[in-house]
Structure formats: C-alpha cells, structure tokens
Write a protein that binds this ligand. Structure first.
Ligand SMILES: [Zn+2]
Length: 302
C-alpha cells in the first residue's frame, strides 16, 4: 500500500517543486512585463517591448540567470535588446548583462559604473590565476558590462514616444541607486530600494535619503511596483515598506541620541507593526541587521 502510494506522492512533490522552480512573467500594462525570479539570490527584471527594440531593467545574478530571463523575453518578442538599465552594482542585478544584451547600451549611476569596472577587473585577475578546482565544478560566472551612459539626476528614453525615466535616488540601498519610472504604464522598477513585505539588505548607503527617495516615488502616479526581489506590489505594499524604513530610521536615531550602545539597540526596537515582514539572516536582512546598519551610518556622520 505504502509502496503503491509512493509514486503518486513523489509526482505531487515533483510537480510542486516544478511549479515553484519556474520564474514568472507578469504583463503589467501595455507591453511592459515583470520577470519575477524564482531564485532569491537573483534579482527580478522588468522589460518594455517597443516597436523595434526592447529595454530591460536588471538582468539577474549570472550568465545562467540571464539566459533564463532572455528565454522568457524571447517567448514574447524576437526584437533586439537595445537598452539595459542596472539599478545598482550588486552582481545579482547585473550579472546577466552580457548574455541578455551583448550589444545593448547599458545605463547606470556613475557610482554603479565605477564599482562594475572594479568587479570586471577582479574577475579578470581571478581568471588569470590557475584554478585548483576542475573547470566543470566552477559556478556560472557573472557576465558584467559597465555602463556606456550614466545618469546624473535623470535620463529620459523614449520608447515609441512613451517616456522611460531613469531617476537617480542618490545614496540609499547603495551609494548610488537608480530606479525606473514608466509613466505611461504607471509602473516603477525599484531595484533593491523596495522589498515587498520583507526587510531589505542594506549596503553602505543612507537610510534617511533612502526614505526621501521612497517619498518621491510615492508622489508619482503608480499602480505597479516591481521590487528588486519577490512579488510585484501595489501602492499599499510599497507604502508599508516606506513606513517600516522611516519608522526604523526614527527609532534608531532616537536611541542613538539617547546614548544606547550598538549592541543594545535591537532589544529596544518596537517592530510589532511589521510582524508580517520576512527576515533573511543569510542576506543580513533582519530588523536587527537593518537597525545596526542605520546606527553605523549615524556614527559615521558624527
Ligand atoms: Zn542589492
């Protein structure tokens, strides 16, 4: 009986795994699509299909993830990828560049470009060193491409006459993030400036300016927010995240001014409003991690 039941159970498990293991493409508005990655280590992407070319925001962790994204784009359109926008330098957002759009014009903040050139240099040095492990065991490599065009404040690209606004957020999640606003489609591709119902990872950036950037985004006419990772959100989800970061920033600043030590901060936080938020210790993305980063930023500014 048990043995007979086993294949059915196995098939169920496998189909459940398979359903989870596929990235999802959502049509947002017009010819604008969100690619929701099935891999927490790789970013989401957003792509706009024009009459003669395609614009892509973020390309995933490495060549393999870039290939997965490209395969989904190709189910919709055979047109060339003319533009890639990288929201920031983290490899999980730009490691697929060379696969997704080897001939694309890559656009980022100047900071992202600088850091990407460093990543490429590091990668080249590693390639020159003899590898102790056989090549077959090596993980898939990122295929970086540094920006050809950088964004000071804002850069507007017209796709079939519709503006695509690439806007500099300044220091926030990193020291130089951009987000992409599609006014005609009422959508923002936020990069890691926003995580849906989740704590963010925080690089060396600026939490106060990050909240300011979120406020500017909240002032735009937007229906769909495509986060750097996890599900696409509506305005309610976006504002909940904005409130979380603003609240945490306020609480940590108050504790910092009151002389509470870095070690004691976590015990003083009041986070019950955000109990639904997912926390990711493996990415240093918990309430305590976020508070510690904000504390460090305040200390550096002293
Ligand atoms: Zn990031």
């Amino acid at each position: 009986m048990r043995l007979r039941a086993l294949p059915a159970v196995l098939a169920l498990m496998l189909s459940a795994t398979f359903a989870y293991a596929a990235a999802r493409v959502e049509k947002l508005a017009g010819n604008l699509y969100a690619y929701v990655s099935d891999n927490d280590h790789s970013s989401n992407s957003t792509f706009l299909v024009g009459r003669d070319s395609i614009l892509v925001v973020d390309t995933g962790l490495n060549a393999a993830e870039g290939q997965k994204l490209l395969a989904e784009i190709r189910k919709i359109s055979p047109l060339p990828i003319a533009f890639i926008v990288n929201t920031h330098y983290h490899p999980d957002h730009q490691g697929g560049n060379g696969v997704v759009g080897p001939h694309a014009v890559v656009i980022s903040s100047p900071f992202t470009r600088e850091r990407t050139l460093q990543l490429i240099e590091q990668q080249q040095k590693q390639q020159q060193q003899p590898s102790p492990a056989p090549a077959a065991a090596a993980p898939p490599r990122p295929s970086f491409m540094a920006a050809k065009e950088t964004v000071g404040q804002k850069l507007t690209i017209y796709m079939d006459g519709d503006p695509v606004e690439i806007i500099a957020a300044g220091p926030a999640h990193t020291m130089g993030d951009v987000y992409v606003y599609f006014p005609a489609q009422q959508t923002i591709a936020t990069g890691d400036l926003f995580m849906n119902n989740s704590c963010p990872a925080m690089d060396q950036g600026d939490a106060a300016n990050w909240v300011h950037a979120l406020d500017l985004m909240a002032g735009l006419k937007v229906e769909h927010f495509v986060p750097g990772h996890f599900d696409v959100a509506t305005q309610a989800g976006f504002l909940q995240f904005r409130d979380y970061l603003a609240d945490l920033d306020g609480q940590v600043e108050k504790l910092f001014r009151a002389g509470v030590s870095a070690e004691d901060i976590a015990g003083h936080l009041e986070m019950s409003r955000y109990q639904s938020f997912r926390q990711f210790p493996q990415f240093h993305a918990t309430f305590a991690d976020n508070a510690a980063t904000i504390y460090r930023q305040l200390k550096q500014r002293q």
